[in-house]
Write a protein that binds this ligand. Structure first.
Ligand code: UTP
Length: 289
C-alpha cells in the first residue's frame, strides 16, 4: 500500500520571472486556488495520507497555505463567513503535511533525495508541484498506484505528445504489455523528433520503490551541478523492471506563461460562479478582434 507522497516545490521557476522572484510558482493561482493545492488534492483522492513537500528559499507561502490561520478564522467568524472558514479548514486538514528543505536548487533528482529519510523503506508517489493533472474521474496518481499494485515496481505517468514536440520532454522507450501499460527499456531526455523512440512523454507523476534513492545517489551531476531524475531512472531501468502508464487525463503545466493563461481560461469557463460571464465576455472579445 502506498501511503506517502513527495511534492518537489523548491525550484527557481526561472521561466516565470519576475513573479517567481518573491512568489513560489507552485502558489500561482488557477482561478482562486494555488496549483499546489490541486496537487495535494490529487494525492489525497488517490489514498495518500502522508505528504512531504520539498521547499527552499522564498517558499514560505506554501507552508503558510497549508497551516491553520486562527486569526483569519476568527475574523471570518466575526463576519459570519462560515463557508469560507470551512474552505480554509479543508485545506489544512486533508492529510499529514510535512516540509523538508532543499539547501540548494540542484535539480529535481536532488529534491527527491531530500525525502529519503522521511520515506524510509516504502514505495511512494512523486507529484510535481507546478502541474495539475485532470484524470477524468480517476486521479492520475491513483492510476499509477494501480499499476504498481499489479507489477510491484516503479511506474511513470506518460502523456502522448505531438511528434514535433518530443524535444521538450523526457520520452520513454518501451514495449506495450497491455492497454495503456508499457514496460520501460530506457528513457531519453529531450530527443529530436527523428531520434525519439516514442511520442510518450513522462508526465509529472511517478511511483517509485525506495531503490530510486540509491540510483539518485549514484547519478553523476549534470549541467549546473544538478541531479537529473531522468538520469537516475536510466540507471534504475537497466537493473530493475520499470513501467509506464499512459494516463487517462490531461496535463496542465503551470510552469510557463502560455499554459498558465490557458489553464486559467479553461478552469474559469468551468467555474460555477464566473464561468457563464467569462464565456460571454470571451465571445465579445473574439468578435472585437
Ligand atoms: P522544473 O524544472 O519545472 O522547475 O521542476 P524549475 O527549475 O523551478 O523551473 P524553471 O525551469 O527554472 O522555470 C519541476 C518541479 O520540481 C521542483 C520545482 O519546484 C517544480 O515543482 N524542483 C526543481 C525542485 O524542487 N528543486 C529543484 O532543484 C528543481
Amino acid at each position: 500500500m502506498i501511503k506517502k507522497a513527495v511534492i518537489p516545490a523548491a525550484g527557481w521557476g526561472t521561466r516565470f520571472l519576475p513573479i517567481t522572484k518573491s512568489q513560489p510558482k507552485e502558489m500561482m493561482p488557477v482561478v482562486d486556488t494555488p496549483v499546489i493545492q490541486y496537487v495535494v488534492e490529487e494525492a489525497v483522492q488517490s489514498g495518500i495520507t502522508d505528504i512531504l513537500i520539498v521547499v527552499g528559499r522564498g517558499k514560505r507561502a506554501i507552508e503558510e497555505h497549508f497551516d491553520r490561520n486562527p486569526l483569519l478564522e476568527a475574523a471570518l467568524e466575526a463576519k459570519h463567513q462560515f463557508a469560507e472558514i470551512e474552505k480554509l479548514r479543508r485545506i489544512s486538514g486533508q492529510a499529514h503535511i510535512y516540509f523538508v528543505w532543499q539547501q540548494e536548487m540542484k535539480g529535481l533528482g536532488d529534491a527527491i533525495l531530500c525525502a529519503k529519510d522521511h520515506i524510509g523503506q516504502e514505495p511512494f508517489a512523486v507529484l510535481l508541484g507546478d502541474t495539475i493533472l485532470d484524470g477524468f474521474g480517476k486521479p492520475v496518481t491513483r492510476q499509477l498506484m494501480d499499476v504498481y499494485e499489479q507489477y510491484q515496481a516503479s511506474v511513470v505517468a506518460l502523456e502522448q505528445v505531438p511528434t514535433e514536440k518530443v524535444q521538450r520532454y523526457g520520452i520513454i522507450d518501451g514495449v506495450v504489455l497491455e492497454d495503456g501499460v508499457l514496460q520501460a527499456k530506457d528513457f531519453v531526455e529531450k530527443p529530436s523528433p527523428d531520434a525519439a523512440p516514442s511520442n510518450l512523454a513522462i508526465a509529472s507523476r511517478y511511483v517509485f520503490t525506495p531503490a530510486i534513492f540509491d540510483y539518485l545517489e549514484r547519478t553523476p551531476k549534470g549541467k549546473n551541478n544538478e541531479v537529473q531524475l531522468t538520469e537516475a531512472m536510466r540507471l534504475m531501468v537497466r537493473e530493475q523492471p520499470m513501467y509506464g502508464r499512459r494516463i487517462d487525463g490531461i496535463r496542465y503545466d503551470l510552469g510557463n506563461r502560455l499554459d498558465f493563461i490557458k489553464t486559467n481560461v479553461i478552469f474559469g469557463l468551468r467555474h460555477e460562479e464566473i464561468g457563464p460571464k467569462l464565456r460571454e465576455w470571451l465571445k465579445d472579445l473574439m468578435l472585437g478582434l
